[in-house]
Design a protein around this ligand. Structure first.
Ligand SMILES: [Fe+2]
Length: 406
């Protein structure tokens, strides 16, 4: 491919914005070519990627199109002609893709790692759209040492990868001090405060504003289905657990979805499409929210659940003939979740902390008896976004460290 001198000058005077250069290179570009104004990149592992010209032009990382301070887009994307075409392309000496465009000869330079991480061919979408493994009673909950997580980012990365995949992990050796749950959660991101405070104590209280603060058995549930976006992650640190009873139980809502889809497709259809209603009518607040018991993404895979039988609000939006089927479907799902094949159960010891996806790993507690000993857990919430962001930042740091040793 030819490259005009003007082309090289335009590119070199506008380096890409800083984070556009931090991408792991998992494959090199062997060659690039133009087809009907779009770009085709042939990789050195025999794969090819096609990029629509408009898509690629909109993502131009140059400092005219993006601010090198905020790293956000500066141009009005509607100024890019819908019929834009790539006029010329070549690789530079670093293996980056250089493109000149039909709109006023604008030139762009793309990092091969960025192109590979963001290409959207059938094979790439299939690779990227991995389904998280689901679990039942034979699941061994991944365990981690809290000391390593506090001190070492590699240990933190291992923990967060497991939390992201399975939605349930267990930490040990958390010091028996107040505030430790927040300390560990803040290794990920900012704590999400709710109407139950920033850090909450799970103890039996005479003036309880939640069933969690009684000593009764708590059925499988998620917290705060009453909120438009319920917290994504929950952390519970066991400081004392000397009372008889009070075992922790978990079940995977994604696993339940998988079983329902196979064994009871009619129930699956109802719990994934009908909006169920939740309410928290407390003394000083009145939250309401609704949504399907199991929500699916565009691929039909479960992405969250909204399940809690003690914060149920009445249906007010369904016609009479649909109410019974909706309630029957909920009962069916709850019976399934409570089956032995779904159950992971253990008693937390002082120094244990469970970290779980509140919108996936439903939790329960067996009844405990406060007259036999003290039970005291401290908890807090984060959003799922914080986990994703932290994981990507840890991956970015790994890439920077690897580049520095090259
Ligand atoms: Fe809870």
């Amino acid at each position: 491919m030819n490259s005009a001198p003007l082309f090289a000058q335009q590119v070199s005077s506008r380096l890409e914005i800083p984070d556009m250069g931090i991408w792991p290179i998992t494959a090199q570009i062997k060659r690039a070519r133009l087809v009907d104004g779009d770009l085709i990149v042939d990789w050195d592992d025999q794969k090819s990627s096609r990029f629509l010209a408009l898509w690629l032009r909109e993502q131009c990382p140059c400092t005219i199109c993006h601010s090198d301070i905020t790293r956000e887009t500066l141009i009005d994307i509607t100024d890019i002609p819908m019929d834009i075409q790539a006029m010329e392309c070549r690789l530079d000496e670093m293996g980056y893709l250089l493109v000149t465009w039909s709109d006023q000869g604008h030139a762009s330079r793309y990092h091969p790692g960025w192109l590979r991480a963001n290409c959207y061919d059938d094979w790439a979408r299939a690779e990227r759209g991995h389904t998280r493994p689901t679990w039942g009673c034979d699941f061994t909950v991944p365990e981690f040492d809290a000391t390593g997580i506090i001190e070492n980012d590699d240990h933190l990365y291992e923990w967060l990868t497991a939390l992201d995949s399975y939605g349930l992990t267990r930490l040990q050796n958390v010091p028996l001090e107040h505030g430790r749950v927040a300390h560990l959660a803040e290794r990920i991101g900012k704590i999400r405060s709710t109407n139950f405070g920033t850090v909450f104590d799970v103890v039996s209280k005479p003036d309880a504003d939640s069933n969690a603060y009684l000593s009764v058995e708590l059925p499988l549930h998620m917290d705060l289905p009453t909120r438009e976006t319920p917290p994504g992650l929950q952390f519970l640190h066991c400081i004392e657990n000397a009372a008889d009873g009070g075992e922790s139980r978990f079940a995977d809502a994604y696993h339940a979805a998988k079983i329902l889809k196979e064994e009871a497709p009619d129930i699956f259809r109802i719990v994934t499409t009908v909006d169920y209603c939740f309410q928290n009518r407390a003394v000083d607040c009145d939250y309401r929210a609704s949504g399907p018991l199991i929500k699916l993404d565009s691929r039909g895979e479960p992405i969250e659940s909204r399940i809690n039988t003690f914060l149920t609000a009445p249906f007010t939006h369904l016609p009479h003939e649909e109410v019974k089927a909706a309630l029957e479907a909920k009962h069916y799902l709850m019976r399934l979740l409570n089956e032995d094949r779904m159950r992971v159960q253990f008693k937390m010891a002082p120094g244990d902390m469970v970290a779980f996806d509140n919108r996936r790993a439903l939790h329960a507690r067996t009844e405990f008896f406060p007259n036999t000993g003290h039970r005291y857990l401290e908890g807090c919430y984060l959003d799922r976004d914080d986990l994703g962001s932290r994981l990507r930042m840890l991956e970015r740091a790994k890439t920077i460290a690897k580049d520095a040793t090259r």
